[in-house]
Design a binder for this molecule. Sequence first.
Ligand code: SAH
Length: 345
Amino acid sequence: MSADRLNLRGLARTELAGLLNEMEQPAYRAKQIFSWLHQKRVSTFDEMTNLPASFRQSLAQRCTIGGVKVQKRLVSSIDGTVKYLYGLDGGDLVEGVLMGHRHGNSLCISSQAGCRMGCAFCASALGGLSRNLTTGEILGQVYAAADDIAPERIGSIVMMGVGEPLDNFENVCRFLELVSHPDGFGLSLRRISLSTCGLVDEIYRLAEKKYPVTLSVSLHAANDDLRSELMPINRKYGIAALLKACRDYFEATGRRVSFEYSLMAGKNDAVTDAKALAALLKGRGDHVNLIPHNPVKERALTRSNRETVLAFQKELEIRGINATIRRELGADLDAACGQLRRTDG
Ligand code: SAH
């Protein structure tokens, strides 16, 4: 296996420059190799035709060009949404979803194989965490989808697939830098959203990076008792600390945070919950994304009905909170929120 060889695709530009220096190669080769890896997206060193053959050989001896394998590709007959099941080295599977919106294609990707956050409603939590994805594997999901849909393009990325991105902090940051690099894939960080269950320390670490990404925070409850029941991370960082971190994130980056709130019947969907949520977010100018809950068969939680969802939204809006209901795509693929991987895995 390739485990002891370096995956060149996951190296930050400065790390690549360091490697070339160590291999006594001129500095300009970094740009050449970077372009082969991230723009032309070759899969072998032999295709890097502007490098001397002997250098290609030494690269092949110590490095790989790793990514992910598309194990399965499903297309929704309702709306054309594409779900990818990606295979990783070692046998783990993660998923990605490509959604066509009026403003372009948006790709949802995974950051970990499994998850250790233990949220009560989420399919990804069921088997716990297997491992973090490498930077090359996070990037590989984007490149596999980009190659699949070419000449169409990926216009935006959401990190909302399997895993907690801020629990794989270093690899996710390296991914953000690579995917947005002007000599590489070149996607603006403004077109990337990162969704977190609320790791407050890491929100501060991310704020220090000053990436202009959109931070989405999964809130799902407006009081600590219920949030702790649904999301164990709330026992470590309560709602007040989380909302303060979001405010500080906005101040550091100039980017407004958005909140996700999945509506579960009889759990968090009453008018009193909407009022409590509005009181929490009052005056902040943040956006709330209401997600109709996707029932997971191993869990008892069910979805709120349409009238309840609309009433919840209305209650927020009359209190000045901007709230949208997430459009559901690919409903026929039985694959929302971590389910594809489990039915197939
Ligand atoms: N760990 C990150 C990102 C992955 S989950 C996070 O917690 O945000 C992406 C979004 O889907 C989160 O808002 C999550 O709470 C939500 N989600 C998970 N399972 C769900 C389900 N069964 N139905 C609806 N939304 C769900």
